[in-house]
Unconditional design. Structure first.
Length: 130
């Protein structure tokens, strides 16, 4: 089951390998690479937002190593800071759709780019004041 939102944002997180359902709302894949073994029809992705994913360099550096989590989050925040147009696009989508699910393929549900992206939205962005 995907993680629920915090009540402030209508954003959920869910692994690509979990079954899509009607509570997901608008499904946004936030990985740079398409998930292995997942057919596009089964994934039910409404938007593949590759550009908001961590850079290839950052993704390779981190290697999904939980010991690098703090530094990964710091570096990914920095990448997001340098692309406000991507954050604006994501906010417009959230506002238009009402409910979104950020979809990711990492096995670790607590240490992945979707978690950081949602944290970024909560910590750095105030809806309506972009």
């Amino acid at each position: 089951m995907g993680k629920e939102d915090n009540g402030f944002l209508s954003i959920r997180l869910k692994r690509t390998y979990e079954e899509p359902d009607e509570t997901d709302g608008f499904r946004i894949l936030v990985d740079r690479l398409w998930p292995r073994g997942v057919k596009k029809e089964r994934a039910c992705i409404d938007l593949w937002f590759k550009d908001i994913a961590p850079s290839n360099e950052l993704r390779r550096w981190s290697g999904h190593d939980p010991e690098k989590w703090g530094e990964f989050k710091k570096r990914y925040f920095s990448e997001l800071d340098s692309h406000p147009e991507l954050i604006d696009h994501l906010w417009r989508t959230i506002e238009e759709e009402g409910k979104v699910t950020l979809v990711y393929s990492a096995k670790d549900e607590d240490h992945n780019n979707a978690v950081v992206l949602k944290d970024y939205l909560v910590e750095k962005t105030i809806p309506g004041q972009k």
